[in-house]
Design a protein around this ligand. Structure first.
Ligand SMILES: Cc1cc2nc3c(=O)[nH]c(=O)nc-3n(C[C@H](O)[C@H](O)[C@H](O)COP(=O)(O)OP(=O)(O)OC[C@H]3O[C@@H](n4cnc5c(N)ncnc54)[C@H](O)[C@@H]3O)c2cc1C
Length: 323
């Protein structure tokens, strides 16, 4: 049985996505535990710079090159991965649980007859079984799933499951020029659409003030925007705020929103349901304000204030103004 773990690297416009470093961290820990090794598998056209960035994060880098792989295209990706997986038979193929993988991972698993477990937050090897941890029923229950390693298998790991840490490795690089016997013309990459200039990208923010249903009314958001501006923060939110149409979808933090990793995350009137925590639990410092001392957000917070946010926010603003 091979003990190599393939990590499929996600990149966008020449930049490796954070989830790939998280996957590599998890894969390296897993490989260490079983006496195995990791291979970062990156697909694309111009890969040299990204390969340099990956060198310390895996034992090996396999760079699959073809101009058709320049932008993510699930059919070409699937074809290229299928042949390298067939050839090398890794123990496990790991992808991020991202929109690209929703497209790629199940189709790849079916095409190869491999088991797939999606949306895991952890994994271990027991005997000849890979066992994963998955949260089900909106995070209320933990479930374990497994597959036997005989044929290998595919898993997708939730972004934010593990903080990325430096690997301290020195990968050997293997370049493979991929060729395709057929064209996949039904699906065409047209263009990459950037967020309009001026829009706020909460994933890049160092300070975030996030509001939840505790904000009560849309008109109260102005006070939070003002507070955020005064400390150089951006305003994000939980899902009900987006559902109410009070803030745009790109401000939503959580499993069906964005994953953020600011230095400071201030959660105001957010209960801290699992789906929200998934998007912010890796923030460096979490400060929560909630009237309910039993709110789950306090389980994730470094500092907690049990009080009415409409009292706390003006008090903090006044204090900061004095300072
Ligand atoms: C498939 C799925 C995906 C989901 N994805 C997401 C997601 O990506 N992001 C997300 O956020 N949610 C998501 N949800 C919804 C999630 O389950 C919760 O319903 C949501 O996070 C709750 O938002 P909230 O904390 O703002 O509201 P609530 O749960 O209603 O909590 C409001 C909190 O405010 C407190 N409060 C009230 N008034 C005050 C006050 N004056 N001062 C201080 N505290 C006050 C209350 O004590 C309470 O804890 C998803 C759900 C599903 C089923």
């Amino acid at each position: 049985m091979s003990k190599e773990i393939f990590v499929i690297i996600e990149h966008r416009r020449g930049t490796i996505r954070d989830v790939s470093y998280e996957l590599l961290t998890k894969a390296n820990d897993f490989a260490n535990n079983i006496g195995g090794s990791t291979a970062a598998v990156i697909l694309g056209n111009e890969l040299d710079e990204m390969v340099q960035h990956l060198k310390s994060s895996a034992h090996k880098i396999i760079a699959l090159k073809n101009e058709k792989l320049g932008d993510f295209h699930s059919e070409y990706y699937q074809e290229a991965l299928k042949s390298i997986i067939e050839e090398r038979s890794p123990l496990l193929v790991m992808l991020g649980h991202t929109s690209a993988s929703y497209d790629l991972a199940p189709a790849l698993a079916v095409a190869m007859g491999l088991p797939l477990i999606s949306g895991c937050s952890d994994l271990r090897l027991e005997g000849n079984k890979v066992i994963t941890l998955n949260q089900v029923y909106g995070g209320k229950i933990n479930a374990e799933y497994s597959f036997e390693t005989e044929k290998g298998g595919i898993i997708t790991l939730l972004p934010g499951s593990v903080p990325a840490k430096p690997g301290g490795l020195s990968a050997e690089v293997e370049e493979v020029n991929v060729s395709f016997e057929r064209e996949f013309e039904d699906k065409v990459f047209i263009q990459f659409v950037e967020s309009a200039a001026g829009e706020i990208d909460i994933t890049q923010a160092e300070k975030i003030i996030a509001i939840g249903r505790g904000i009560k009314e849309e008109d109260n958001i102005a006070m939070i925007e003002e507070f955020a501006q005064s400390i150089g923060a951006v305003v994000a939110c939980s899902r009900p705020i987006v559902d109410a149409g009070w803030l745009p979808k790109d401000r939503q933090v959580g499993s069906s929103g964005k994953t953020v990793k600011p230095k400071v995350y201030i959660a105001l009137g957010i209960s801290g349901d699992f789906q929200h925590l998934m998007g912010m639990r890796n923030a460096d410092t979490i400060i929560a304000v909630n009237k309910d001392p039993n709110a789950p957000i306090f389980g994730a917070a470094d500092y907690g204030i049990v009080d009415d946010l409409f009292k706390v926010v003006p008090a903090i603003k006044d204090k900061l103004a004095q300072l």
